[in-house]
Design a binder for this molecule. Structure first.
Ligand SMILES: N[C@H](CCC[C@H](N)C(=O)O)C(=O)O
Length: 276
């Protein structure tokens, strides 16, 4: 099995191309290969597959074996992979995901390699039951959730995958390990949830640290950055275009007023190639 190790701002993936469909044992493979001691080590296992509605299809399996509907950092890696490896020569392509259908992707190429990628991440889903949460409301904004006696308030946003955005005083030093897993698996979230802890720095800049569903504390989360800006606009805290600073680096997010789509711009990198 040949693979390419890639990352988007340190959110890292094992990328496998050439399969016609997801292998039966993809979940077990993800658990074994993402293990940072006994395997290759990564936040997720990503397959590039044929698509009937787009140029390519991406499926992403978290390191715990669960399949995610969408992954912002991985879709930028897939875009880089297909261009750098000559599977396309177009600088604007479409990639199909479970959670957002065929997504438009624009590549910025320098000396024949993709450096940055701008992805149309589609429209945010705000209805409580569709995120999903158990809250039956058009929008779930600053909704209380209590874990171990501590109350948090979250804003729920789906980008195809579910997110709970929580504002804290100091996201950079927030105790992710203690509170992340308790919120990820709270009964309010029927399919568990990605949790973003956010500190707003200005109307065009936030800090964010993420505890990811099925992967734990990652260095960056593309869909989480999108959810962060959507939530911050809904809460009147930032403008529609903002930079989200993650542990692994910055993403530029725009929630376009005309088409209601969220656009994410950021880097993608190849680290090494290998075979198993
Ligand atoms: N753990 C996420 C999938 C990966 C999302 C994240 N890595 C991104 O860049 O969007 C989930 O289960 O929804």
């Amino acid at each position: 099995m040949k693979f390419t190790k890639m990352h988007g701002l340190g959110n890292d993936f094992i990328v496998v191309a050439g399969e016609q469909q997801l292998p039966e044992n993809a979940a077990q493979l993800a658990i074994e290969l993402c293990n940072r001691f006994f395997g290759i080590g990564a936040d997720g296992l990503v397959y590039i597959l044929p698509s009937e509605i787009a140029d390519f299809r991406m499926r992403i399996i978290n390191s715990d074996g669960s399949e995610a509907e969408q992954c912002g950092n991985a879709i930028r890696c897939v875009a880089k992979y297909v261009y750098d490896n000559g599977l396309t020569n177009q600088e604007e392509i479409t990639i199909e995901t479970l959670g957002a259908g065929a997504q438009r992707v624009q590549l910025t190429v320098e000396s024949g390699k993709v450096q940055t990628v701008r992805v149309d991440m589609g429209e945010p889903i705000l209805s409580g039951l569709q995120v999903p949460t158990t809250v039956d409301a058009e929008q779930v904004i600053e909704h209380p959730v209590t874990v171990d006696g501590r109350e948090f308030r979250f804003t729920a946003v789906s980008m195809g995958n579910p997110h709970a955005v929580i504002y804290v005083d100091d996201a950079v030093n927030f105790d992710l390990a203690t509170w992340g897993p308790k919120l990820e698996t709270h009964p309010l979230f029927p399919r568990k949830i990605n949790v973003e802890f956010v500190t707003v720095k200005s109307r065009s800049h936030t800090d964010m640290r993420v505890w990811e569903r099925g992967a734990g504390p990652t260095l960056a989360c593309g869909t989480g950055a999108c959810a962060t800006v959507v939530s911050s606009v809904l809460n009147g805290l930032t403008d529609r275009t903002a930079t989200v600073s993650l542990k692994g680096g910055d993403l530029l997010i725009e929630w376009n007023e005309e088409d209601n789509h969220v656009y994410m711009t950021g880097p993608a990198a190849e680290v090494f190639r290998g075979s198993l």
